[in-house]
Design a binder for this molecule. Structure first.
Ligand SMILES: Nc1ncnc2c1ncn2[C@@H]1O[C@H](COP(=O)(O)OP(=O)(O)OP(=O)(O)O)[C@@H](O)[C@H]1O
Ligand SMILES: [Mg+2]
Length: 498
C-alpha cells in the first residue's frame, strides 16, 4: 500500500515545439485537498487533461488506489471516479442550467423522454447544496454572468459520483463571498471522503483550504510539501524560482485634471451610474458578483443596450453608439471573458495582438513587418507571454497566457482611457506583478486607467479612488486616504445606513 489514492509517475507530454510535461511525479493522498501550483504555462492543465482522458501521455504511468489505470478516453476517467472542472468554461450556452448540469445524463421517464420535473428537481437540489437557491434551473446559460456559469460547471461535477474531484481554477471569476461558499463546499466534500485536486493562482486560497501542494515549473516537477510546513515566500520561490518581495511595487500616482466623465449610465442591470477619471489616475471599480461592474462599462461602450446622459473626453462631448466609436476616440476596454470577446482562438498570437492596430502597420498595401515584429516582441516580453512562437495559435496557449494576449492587444492601441476588466484573472504571481508595474507605467504616461477587480488587495493597493457598486447602484466612492478592505466591503454589501 502506497498510501496514495492517485499516483502519476514519470509523465511526459509533448506538443509540437514544446515539452509541456517532463518526468512529472504527482501523488495524492485519499481525502486531502491537494493544490497543483506553478506559473502560467507550467503544465498544470495539461497534467489534469491527461487525468481526464483528454490527452494521452507520451510516457509514464498512472496508478489509482495502487492499481495501474488506463485512461484513454473521457469515459474511462469518469468510470474511475475522476470528475473535472476545466479552466475553460464548456457549457452549452443555449441550454438551461438544469440541462447543463445533467448533460448526457438527463433523467428519462417511462416513455424514454426527458423527465422535465425530475430534471428540475435534481438540478435544484445541487444548486441549493452550494447555496445557489436564487438561480432558477430553467434559466438559459447564455443569460448568466461568467461567474454564475462557473458555478454551474461546479454543480455539474458535483452531481456525478466523484471520488477525485479536480478543479482547474474554479474561483478565477468568483468574488470573495462566492469563493468562501466554494471553500465550504470543498471542506464538506472532504469530510465525505472526496479527494480534491485544486488549481489556483490565489495563494491566500491555498493556505486557507489546502492540505498539501505540488509545484511544477516549465513542465517539470519542483517539489511537494504539506501546506503547514511551508511559508508564503518559500512557496512563491518554488513556483518562480526566485524571491519576489513586493507583489505591489511601491509607487505614487500623480493624478492630473479630469479627462473623462460619464453621467447617468443606465441599462437593464445598471441604475444611473456616473464616474470620472483623471489623467494618470488609477480608478477602481469594486463590487460582489452580480453588482454590475462589467455591465456599467458594457452600457457605456454600447456593448449592451443602455442610455447615457452624457460622456465627455478631454472636455469635449463624445457620442458612443457602438464600441468602435469608443475605440476610435481612445477609450478602450480589455474584457473579462477572453474566450467570447477577447480572442480569436483560431488565429495566431501575433494576429490577435496587432488586430486593433493593423491599419497603422500597413502602408502602400504592404505590412511593415519590422515594426509589426517589434511591437509583438516588445509587448510579449513585457507581459512575459510564454509561447513556442508568436505565430502559434492562441487556442494552444495556456489559460493565463491567453489572458495576457488580450491585455497585450489593447495595450498596443495606446489608449487615452484604458478600462481593464479583471486583468489578472488566472495570471500567476510573477506576471501579476508585471501587470501591476505596467498599470503604473501606463498611468504615468498620462493615461487614465479604470481597474475592475474582485481582488480586494489589488483595489486597495493600486487605486487612487474606488467606486463601489451594489446591485447596479453606486453605493460609495472611496478616496485613497480612506482605502481599506473594510470600508470597501461595507459599501459592497449595500452601503451604510445613516
Ligand atoms: N493543445 C496544445 N497544443 C500546443 N501546445 C499546448 C497545448 N496545450 C498546452 N500547450 C502548451 O503546453 C504548456 C503548458 O500549458 P498548460 O495549459 O498545461 O499550462 P498551465 O500550467 O495550465 O498554465 P495556466 O496557469 O496559464 O493555465 C504551455 O507552453 C502551452 O502553450
Ligand atoms: Mg491552466
Amino acid at each position: 500500500m502506497s498510501g496514495y489514492i492517485l499516483e502519476m509517475r514519470n509523465i511526459r507530454k509533448e506538443f509540437p515545439g514544446v515539452v509541456a510535461l517532463d518526468a512529472i511525479r504527482f501523488a495524492v493522498k485519499p481525502g486531502e485537498i491537494h493544490a497543483l501550483l506553478g506559473e502560467n504555462g507550467a503544465g498544470k492543465s495539461t497534467l489534469i487533461k491527461i487525468l481526464a482522458g483528454i490527452y494521452r501521455p507520451d510516457a509514464g504511468e498512472i496508478l489509482i488506489e495502487d492499481a495501474p489505470a488506463r485512461i484513454n478516453a473521457v469515459a474511462d476517467a469518469r468510470a474511475a471516479g475522476i470528475g473535472v472542472i476545466h479552466q475553460e468554461l464548456s457549457l452549452a450556452r443555449n441550454m438551461t442550467v438544469a440541462e447543463n448540469i445533467f448533460l448526457g445524463r438527463i433523467p428519462a421517464n417511462r416513455l424514454g423522454l426527458a423527465d422535465e420535473n425530475a430534471l428540475w428537481r435534481r438540478a435544484k437540489e445541487v444548486l441549493d447544496s452550494i447555496g445557489l437557491s436564487r438561480l432558477d434551473p430553467d434559466t438559459r446559460v447564455s443569460r448568466l454572468s461568467v461567474a454564475q456559469q462557473q458555478l454551474v460547471e461546479i454543480c455539474r461535477a458535483l452531481s456525478e459520483k466523484t471520488k477525485i474531484l479536480i478543479m482547474d481554477e474554479p474561483t478565477a471569476s468568483l468574488a470573495t463571498a462566492e469563493v468562501e461558499t466554494l471553500h465550504n463546499i470543498m471542506r464538506s466534500l472532504k469530510r465525505q471522503g472526496v479527494t480534491i485536486i485544486y488549481i489556483s493562482h490565489k495563494l491566500a486560497e491555498i493556505f486557507a483550504v489546502c492540505d498539501r501542494i505540488t509545484v511544477l515549473r516549465d513542465g517539470r516537477y519542483v517539489g511537494d510539501s504539506d501546506v503547514a510546513a511551508i511559508t508564503h515566500n518559500a512557496l512563491i520561490n518554488m513556483m518562480v524560482g526566485r524571491d519576489i518581495d513586493h507583489i505591489f511595487p511601491p509607487h505614487a500616482n500623480r493624478p492630473g485634471e479630469v479627462v473623462f466623465a460619464a453621467k447617468g449610465i443606465k441599462s437593464a442591470r445598471v441604475r444611473d451610474v456616473g464616474f470620472d477619471v483623471r489623467r494618470g489616475e488609477v480608478v477602481g471599480f469594486y463590487g460582489l458578483m452580480g453588482s454590475g461592474r462589467s455591465e456599467v462599462m458594457r452600457a457605456l461602450l454600447g456593448l449592451d443596450r443602455g442610455v447615457k446622459e452624457s460622456v465627455t473626453l478631454m472636455g469635449k462631448p463624445l457620442a458612443i453608439r457602438r464600441p468602435q466609436d469608443a475605440i476610435a476616440a481612445g477609450v478602450v476596454l480589455a474584457p473579462e471573458d477572453r474566450k467570447l470577446e477577447g480572442l480569436i482562438l483560431k488565429q495566431t498570437l501575433e494576429f490577435n495582438i496587432t488586430l486593433p492596430i493593423i491599419r497603422r502597420l500597413i502602408s502602400f498595401l504592404a505590412l511593415n513587418r519590422k515594426l509589426h515584429d517589434e511591437i509583438v516582441a516588445g509587448i510579449g516580453a513585457r507581459l512575459r507571454i510564454k509561447a513556442a512562437a508568436y505565430d502559434q495559435r492562441a487556442l494552444n496557449l495556456s489559460g493565463g497566457n491567453q489572458q495576457k494576449v488580450v491585455l497585450a492587444k489593447w495595450l498596443v492601441t495606446e489608449p487615452k482611457i484604458l478600462i481593464l476588466d479583471e486583468p489578472t484573472r488566472g495570471i500567476d504571481v510573477g506576471a501579476k506583478r508585471e501587470i501591476y508595474r505596467l498599470i503604473y507605467e501606463i498611468a504615468d504616461s498620462g493615461v487614465g486607467v479604470v481597474l475592475i477587480s474582485s481582488e480586494m488587495p489589488e483595489v486597495v493597493n493600486l487605486c487612487d479612488r474606488v467606486y463601489v457598486l451594489h446591485e447596479g447602484r453606486l453605493t460609495g466612492v472611496v478616496e485613497r486616504k480612506d482605502l481599506t478592505e473594510q470600508t470597501i466591503m461595507r459599501y459592497a454589501i449595500g452601503g451604510v445606513n445613516p
